[in-house]
Ligand binder design. Structure first.
Ligand SMILES: [Zn+2]
Length: 140
Protein backbone atom coordinates (compact mmCIF):
# COMPACT_ATOMS: atom_id res chain seq x y z
CA UNK A 1 0.00 0.00 0.00
CA UNK A 2 2.65 2.55 1.05
CA UNK A 3 4.92 1.08 -1.61
CA UNK A 4 2.26 1.71 -4.30
CA UNK A 5 1.90 5.36 -3.25
CA UNK A 6 5.67 5.76 -3.32
CA UNK A 7 5.83 4.22 -6.82
CA UNK A 8 3.25 6.81 -7.98
CA UNK A 9 5.54 9.55 -6.72
CA UNK A 10 8.62 8.01 -8.28
CA UNK A 11 9.83 7.40 -4.71
CA UNK A 12 10.26 11.12 -4.08
CA UNK A 13 9.09 12.34 -0.67
CA UNK A 14 11.09 15.58 -0.70
CA UNK A 15 7.91 17.54 -1.54
CA UNK A 16 6.08 16.32 1.58
CA UNK A 17 6.16 18.30 4.79
CA UNK A 18 8.64 16.70 7.24
CA UNK A 19 5.95 15.97 9.85
CA UNK A 20 3.90 14.04 7.25
CA UNK A 21 6.79 11.87 6.09
CA UNK A 22 6.89 9.43 9.01
CA UNK A 23 5.07 6.50 7.38
CA UNK A 24 7.06 6.80 4.18
CA UNK A 25 10.41 7.08 5.93
CA UNK A 26 9.53 4.01 8.03
CA UNK A 27 8.68 2.15 4.85
CA UNK A 28 11.96 3.15 3.20
CA UNK A 29 13.82 2.00 6.30
CA UNK A 30 12.03 -1.37 6.22
CA UNK A 31 11.76 -2.08 2.48
CA UNK A 32 14.89 -2.74 0.48
CA UNK A 33 12.85 -2.86 -2.76
CA UNK A 34 11.57 0.72 -2.42
CA UNK A 35 14.99 1.95 -1.30
CA UNK A 36 16.66 0.60 -4.41
CA UNK A 37 13.85 1.95 -6.63
CA UNK A 38 14.36 5.36 -5.01
CA UNK A 39 18.10 5.26 -5.74
CA UNK A 40 17.40 4.20 -9.34
CA UNK A 41 14.93 7.03 -9.95
CA UNK A 42 17.24 9.66 -8.47
CA UNK A 43 20.08 8.31 -10.61
CA UNK A 44 17.84 8.65 -13.70
CA UNK A 45 16.91 12.24 -12.77
CA UNK A 46 20.52 13.25 -12.25
CA UNK A 47 21.66 11.55 -15.48
CA UNK A 48 18.93 13.40 -17.40
CA UNK A 49 20.13 16.74 -15.99
CA UNK A 50 23.76 15.92 -16.77
CA UNK A 51 22.89 14.76 -20.31
CA UNK A 52 20.78 17.86 -20.98
CA UNK A 53 23.62 20.09 -19.73
CA UNK A 54 26.16 18.29 -21.91
CA UNK A 55 23.92 18.45 -24.94
CA UNK A 56 23.17 22.16 -24.43
CA UNK A 57 26.93 22.79 -24.17
CA UNK A 58 27.59 20.75 -27.33
CA UNK A 59 25.03 22.68 -29.37
CA UNK A 60 26.48 26.00 -28.16
CA UNK A 61 29.95 24.78 -29.06
CA UNK A 62 28.77 23.75 -32.55
CA UNK A 63 27.15 27.16 -32.97
CA UNK A 64 30.37 28.90 -31.96
CA UNK A 65 32.47 26.73 -34.26
CA UNK A 66 30.19 27.40 -37.25
CA UNK A 67 30.25 31.16 -36.59
CA UNK A 68 33.99 31.20 -36.20
CA UNK A 69 35.15 29.01 -39.06
CA UNK A 70 32.44 29.22 -41.72
CA UNK A 71 30.52 32.48 -41.43
CA UNK A 72 28.95 32.25 -44.91
CA UNK A 73 26.02 30.10 -46.11
CA UNK A 74 25.57 28.51 -42.73
CA UNK A 75 22.39 30.19 -41.51
CA UNK A 76 20.45 26.91 -41.39
CA UNK A 77 23.20 25.17 -39.47
CA UNK A 78 23.26 28.02 -37.01
CA UNK A 79 19.50 27.90 -36.60
CA UNK A 80 19.65 24.12 -36.11
CA UNK A 81 22.38 24.50 -33.47
CA UNK A 82 20.42 27.18 -31.63
CA UNK A 83 17.23 25.10 -31.80
CA UNK A 84 19.17 22.16 -30.34
CA UNK A 85 20.44 24.38 -27.57
CA UNK A 86 16.93 25.71 -26.83
CA UNK A 87 15.52 22.17 -26.73
CA UNK A 88 18.28 20.97 -24.37
CA UNK A 89 17.73 23.97 -22.12
CA UNK A 90 14.00 23.26 -22.06
CA UNK A 91 14.57 19.60 -21.12
CA UNK A 92 17.03 20.72 -18.42
CA UNK A 93 14.42 23.10 -17.01
CA UNK A 94 11.65 20.48 -17.08
CA UNK A 95 13.81 17.93 -15.27
CA UNK A 96 14.97 20.52 -12.73
CA UNK A 97 11.40 21.60 -11.99
CA UNK A 98 9.59 18.25 -12.18
CA UNK A 99 12.08 16.04 -10.30
CA UNK A 100 14.10 16.31 -7.10
CA UNK A 101 17.30 16.13 -9.17
CA UNK A 102 18.63 19.51 -7.91
CA UNK A 103 18.30 18.32 -4.31
CA UNK A 104 19.94 15.02 -5.19
CA UNK A 105 22.87 16.94 -6.71
CA UNK A 106 23.15 19.07 -3.56
CA UNK A 107 23.18 15.89 -1.46
CA UNK A 108 25.95 14.35 -3.55
CA UNK A 109 27.96 17.59 -3.33
CA UNK A 110 27.52 17.66 0.45
CA UNK A 111 28.64 14.03 0.75
CA UNK A 112 31.69 14.82 -1.36
CA UNK A 113 32.51 17.89 0.75
CA UNK A 114 32.20 15.83 3.94
CA UNK A 115 34.50 13.20 2.45
CA UNK A 116 37.16 15.84 1.73
CA UNK A 117 36.61 17.51 5.10
CA UNK A 118 37.19 14.25 6.99
CA UNK A 119 40.53 13.80 5.23
CA UNK A 120 41.87 17.28 5.99
CA UNK A 121 44.62 17.51 8.60
CA UNK A 122 43.13 18.57 11.96
CA UNK A 123 45.02 21.88 12.05
CA UNK A 124 43.43 22.94 8.74
CA UNK A 125 40.04 21.58 9.75
CA UNK A 126 40.16 23.71 12.91
CA UNK A 127 40.60 26.85 10.83
CA UNK A 128 37.45 26.37 8.76
CA UNK A 129 34.76 28.88 9.67
CA UNK A 130 32.24 27.44 12.10
CA UNK A 131 29.23 27.94 9.77
CA UNK A 132 30.99 26.16 6.93
CA UNK A 133 31.87 23.19 9.13
CA UNK A 134 28.28 23.03 10.33
CA UNK A 135 27.01 22.99 6.74
CA UNK A 136 29.38 20.25 5.67
CA UNK A 137 29.12 17.88 8.60
CA UNK A 138 25.66 18.72 9.92
CA UNK A 139 27.19 18.90 13.40
CA UNK A 140 29.44 21.31 15.28
ZN1 LIG B 1 8.25 -1.07 -0.43
Amino acid sequence: MVGKILAGWRYDISGIAPEMRGDYEDHFAACEHCRSRQRLHRAIDVSLIVLASLSAGMFLLVFGVIRHFAPRHTLWFEIAALAGFALSALIWLLVAVATPAPMAVVDVARLGARHVHDRLPPEIRERLPEELRLKITGQS
